[in-house]
Ligand binder design. Structure first.
Ligand SMILES: NC(=O)c1ccc[n+]([C@@H]2O[C@H](COP(=O)([O-])OP(=O)(O)OC[C@H]3O[C@@H](n4cnc5c(N)ncnc54)[C@H](OP(=O)(O)O)[C@@H]3O)[C@@H](O)[C@H]2O)c1
Length: 342
């Protein structure tokens, strides 16, 4: 029987594909219908665990499956361009893991395919769809901390079972912290700069960057960028795939600050917005957020909402927003001396 829910196909059976499949069960609008893997036994095991779902032993069969409406693209970043383009040509709605392309040129190609085929496309910055981020936007609009001068945004994690051939480090699999997690700090800084100037996002006028490179792969293990926005607003973005970081966002204004305790993976017990105002002594207010909600279910339901209303992009991460993010990442990689060209 045909369901009215969005019938999802998941492309790959890796770490984030598993998280997404778990969240699909908690979503209101989506249902897992099929999974595709390079290995049929892997797809079958995934379908058994998260299904009922159809199992395909290659990606092509998944995207051609007539029973699915939308595809979640979750292999390593260098494969996003090809499979997003093929999904668009097959008429499927696309939720593509970040970074959507390896660079702006790839992303433009993917978006051109989505546009030509009239399909929905969204880059999967899940935190953008979480109520905590909406609360941060509202808090910024209230102008509670005076003129904002600095943003600090960090996302880095330690190297567990470090292997330079693994996707987080290997050059041919798009390894490196700038693309893996630096993209979050860049997108958050652009969001904050946007809200402060009455827009949904804003672009920096200048990007400076540096990095420590992996000795063999020449991908970046730890990196930092300075983004210089209008009116002298500066963002300092830190990323790492071999260093445990604080993973917070701090927004410093002349009359106070806002800290987001767990901005990306919004977790119970760690998630909060802390507002400190200096105007009348120092007053700190902790604004409760609701981290009980399932992070990825919000993203899935945002896609469901957009598809139900016939939208081809989501306001939470529209195409222009993704293109702006990719342009900053291009500049940061260039500054840091990281290249994925052969
Ligand atoms: N939004 C988030 O919260 C979040 C979190 C983590 C990762 N991500 C993004 O999701 C993507 C995948 O990350 P992950 O952590 O899930 O990676 P992972 O655990 O290594 O899984 C990647 C999967 O991609 C498939 N694959 C296809 N070609 C491959 C190749 N040559 N080498 C290795 N795997 C290959 C494999 O699935 P099959 O064998 O089934 O084909 C593999 O299991 C990345 O682009 C990453 O940036 C997003």
């Amino acid at each position: 029987m045909k369901t009215t829910k969005i019938r999802w196909g998941i492309l790959s059976t890796g770490g984030i594909a598993r998280r997404f499949a778990g969240s699909l069960r908690k979503s209101v609008t989506g249902v897992l219908t099929a999974v595709g893997s390079r290995s049929l036994p892997s797809a079958e095991a995934f379908a058994r665990e998260f299904g009922p779902a159809r199992a395909h032993g290659d990606y092509e069969s998944l995207i051609m499956d007539p029973e699915i409406d939308a595809v979640y693209i979750a292999p390593p970043h260098p494969m996003h361009r090809e499979w997003a383009t093929r999904c668009a040509e097959a008429g499927k709605a696309i939720l593509c893991e970040k970074p959507a392309g390896m660079n702006s040129a790839e992303l433009r190609e993917m978006l051109a395919a989505a546009q030509a085929n009239g399909v929905f496309f969204m880059e999967a910055f899940m935190y953008r769809c979480h109520p905590q981020t909406k609360l941060l936007r509202e808090t910024l609009r209230k102008d509670l901390i005076g003129p904002v001068r600095m943003i600090h945004a960090t996302f880095s994690y330690p190297a567990a079972n470090y292997d330079p051939r693994e996707r987080r480090y290997a050059r041919d699999l798009g390894g490196g912290s700038i693309l893996d997690v630096g993209c979050y700090g860049v997108s958050m800084s652009r969001l904050i700069a946007g809200e402060l100037s009455g827009r949904h996002f804003a672009e920096p006028l200048q990007v400076k960057g540096c990095a420590r490179l992996e000795p063999q792969e020449k991908t970046d293990l730890t990196a930092a960028a300075l983004l210089h926005f209008e009116d002298g607003l500066i963002a300092m973005v830190q990323s790492g795939v071999a260093l445990k970081g604080e993973n917070a966002v701090r927004i410093e204004g002349e009359l106070g600050s806002i800290t987001v305790g767990s901005p990306w993976a919004v977790r119970h017990g760690e998630s909060f917005l802390r507002l400190t105002q200096y105007r009348s002594g120092e007053i700190t207010t902790k604004i409760a957020t609701d981290p009980h909600d399932d992070l990825y279910a919000h993203e899935i339901d945002e896609v469901g909402r957009a598809l139900a209303s016939g939208e081809k992009e989501s306001p939470e991460m529209c195409w222009k927003d993704s293109l702006g993010n990719a342009a900053v990442l291009d500049a940061w990689l260039r500054e840091a001396g990281v290249s994925y060209a052969d």
